[in-house]
Design a protein around this ligand. Structure first.
Ligand code: M6R
Length: 347
């Protein structure tokens, strides 16, 4: 079933353009859900792990494009917020498996007061049966424990939802280009393999991103720790000075997610900050970014048409590849990380 690939994870990483394309077919279904939902004054996402990172991206989109106050709550911490829900709150549960125990428990509570929507990959799973509305992500079965193609599918559903809520035709148009942008990244896999050989010595990694790229930094770090067992820490680039800068030392790899857009200038100054303290910067940015080429010793180049707003759908791909190849270098099996299960059915 691996169809010639060494592992399910790399097969699934390579299927991501298709996963996005297939999930874009849900547009009409999502529009129908939106038409049916009236009087929504607040949105609350509830999720765990990678699905939490897709949710966080949803918050940035819904607040900045549609002006809807949006919270993101870890399912295991949900009970403390339950009393703030009301009939005008839409609670969105993002889950690959549709069976995560913490999310299911929160769903039962949310159903008592609010409207609930599941964004779920596994058809017929518990969340699809218990949520009032369902968007089915179209990634197909995911075998690798590390979520990859289901993450970009969740993001695609969230982007469609936010763009339709905000009636943002330009963003809807841009989403159609994402599969090609992902394939361009995948064609450049040799650069990532080479990078992984230079950094597999590391014990700690930092991942920095600002705005839409902050959840990408968190997800990149999660991918690294769960399969390579290297400590990876994702940070909002602006938080650097508030503590973690103390840990930046000679030789520590710092991944900087720096697509073109509003946040570019400030992220660049954070890049310079860590570089001046001896960090080894691995930048992920636009191919035509001359300032970046000059300031960062190592740049993975991405199509300059990928603006910071759609960057989460594309920039995560090289970070998944980096984690995969570092794990291979270290001799671990990326499909079966120690201590982890594909689906967490206990609280
Ligand atoms: O099935 P779910 O999306 O509800 O699962 C949530 C997390 O357990 C999951 O995303 C986990 O973090 C993955 N192993 C990440 O790769």
């Amino acid at each position: 079933e691996k169809e010639g690939y060494d592992h399910f994870m790399i097969k699934e990483i390579n299927e991501q353009a298709t996963s996005v394309k297939n999930t874009l077919t849900q547009k009409d279904n999502i529009q129908k859900i939106i038409d049916d939902l009236d009087d929504i004054s607040r949105i609350c996402f509830v999720a765990c792990g990678t699905s939490y990172h897709a949710s966080l991206t949803g918050k940035y989109l819904l607040e900045s494009l549609a002006g809807i106050p949006t919270d993101v709550i870890l399912a295991s911490e949900f009970k403390y917020s339950a009393k703030t829900l009301d009939e005008n709150t839409l609670v969105i549960f993002i889950s690959q498996s549709g069976e995560t125990a913490d999310s299911l428990k929160a769903l039962d509570v949310a159903n008592e007061t609010s409207k609930t929507l599941g964004i779920v990959n596994v058809a017929g799973s518990s969340i699809t049966r218990r949520a009032q509305y369902v968007i089915q992500t179209q990634a197909g079965p995911e075998i690798g424990v590390a979520a990859t193609k289901t993450y970009v599918s969740q993001l695609t559903a969230v982007y469609l939802f936010a763009a339709l809520m905000a009636k943002d035709d330009r963003l809807l148009n841009d989403l159609d280009k994402v599969p090609d942008f992902i394939n361009e990244v995948l064609e450049d896999v040799e650069s990532i393999k080479a990078m992984s050989q230079r950094y597999n010595y590391a014990k700690d990694f930092f991942y920095l991103g600002r705005g839409y790229s902050y959840p990408t930094a968190l997800e990149g770090a999660l991918k690294l720790k769960e399969i390579s067992y290297i400590h990876g820490e994702g940070y909002a680039a602006g938080e650097l000075k508030h503590g973690p800068l103390a840990l930046i030392d000679e030789g520590i790899p710092v991944v900087v997610v720096i697509p073109p857009g509003d946040s570019h200038k400030k992220t660049m100054s954070n890049l310079e900050e860590v570089k001046s303290r001896g960090a080894r910067v691995l930048a992920f940015g636009a191919a035509d970014d001359e300032e970046l080429a000059e300031k960062a010793p190592e740049v993975f180049k991405i199509n300059p048409e990928v603006s910071e707003i759609i960057a989460p759908l594309v920039y995560i791909v090289p970070l998944q590849l980096l984690s995969y190849y570092i794990t291979i270098e270290k001799g671990f099996d990326p499909d079966k990380p120690r201590n982890l299960a594909k689906c967490v059915t206990v609280e």
